[in-house]
Design a protein. Structure first.
Length: 256
């Protein structure tokens, strides 16, 4: 994943990355966490009636130069640009979201990075349910604790990985995927569906999520939720308050 205007230094400045830089797991983990804490998951463009652009240069400009966020293709896309610049091997995978009441197509995009022959699931674009650090694909059927969230990864005999999260003592299916390599262009149809279809959650409601060191901030329509150490505070906002929260908590404006 490359963009002619990509600058690794500018990207690191955007995500406030200040550690040592090497094509190793420590950098991968720190870079993922830094981006999650600085770049929000958001669908403001879709809410404005736009089809999200998958042009790499436009994704980079939107997130790094204009201090915006994006949904899975965008935030994982710019992360992939950084992996490429660092020399970390990776490939895209298509995932089937399983947080819906009905079976859905594989419209989600995630990344599998390879370092020293170890494969790591990296995903910065699954909203409020997403992982906060890379997960090793060998860590099967075990509890993976990440701050105040717990995840598990299992593998079916057919080669499908299933990612789940634990909440209120119940395991929740997040998405399934296999290791079939996807090209960037393969996500064009899914992106168009997510940007335009009336059944798409991104068309139906404003969604903004930003991870914090101790939890997350979530705006869904006019409902703002602050989660801290598994305790949540929720409030319903007026239209004016939504705009104020976007700017105050997420450093975003309601209109792109």
């Amino acid at each position: 994943m490359k963009a002619e205007n990509f600058s690794l230094q500018a990207y690191f400045s955007r995500i406030d990355f200040q550690g040592s830089i090497s094509p190793d797991f420590a950098t991968l983990k720190a870079m993922m966490r830094c981006q999650l804490l600085r770049v929000p998951f958001e669908n403001i463009d879709v809410q404005a009636g736009k089809v999200v652009s998958l042009v790499p240069e436009e994704i980079y400009s939107k997130i790094v130069e204009r201090n915006r966020g994006g949904y899975c293709y965008e935030v994982n896309g710019v992360f992939a640009m950084a992996l490429d610049a660092l020399g970390i091997s990776y490939h895209f995978v298509a995932a089937r979201p399983m947080t819906y009441p009905v079976r859905r197509p594989k419209t989600h995009m995630a990344i599998v990075a390879t370092i020293a022959d170890e494969q790591w699931l990296c995903d910065l674009g699954f909203g409020s349910y997403g992982i906060r650090e890379p997960i090793n694909l060998k860590w099967l059927d075990r509890d993976v604790r990440q701050d105040f969230d717990t995840f598990t990864l299992s593998l079916s005999p057919e080669g499908e990985y299933l990612l789940q999260s634990l909440g209120n003592g119940v395991w929740r299916n997040l998405y399934e995927f296999n290791l079939c390599r996807q090209e960037w262009v393969d996500f064009e149809p899914a992106n168009y569906l997510n940007s335009t279809h009336p059944d798409s959650i991104f068309v139906q409601s404003l969604i903004v999520v930003l991870q914090t060191p101790g939890g997350k901030l979530v705006l869904n329509g006019d409902c703002f939720k602050s989660v801290m150490q598994e305790r949540a505070e929720e409030v319903t906002l007026s239209r004016e308050e939504v705009s104020a929260i976007l700017e105050e908590k997420f450093s975003l404006r309601h209109q792109p």
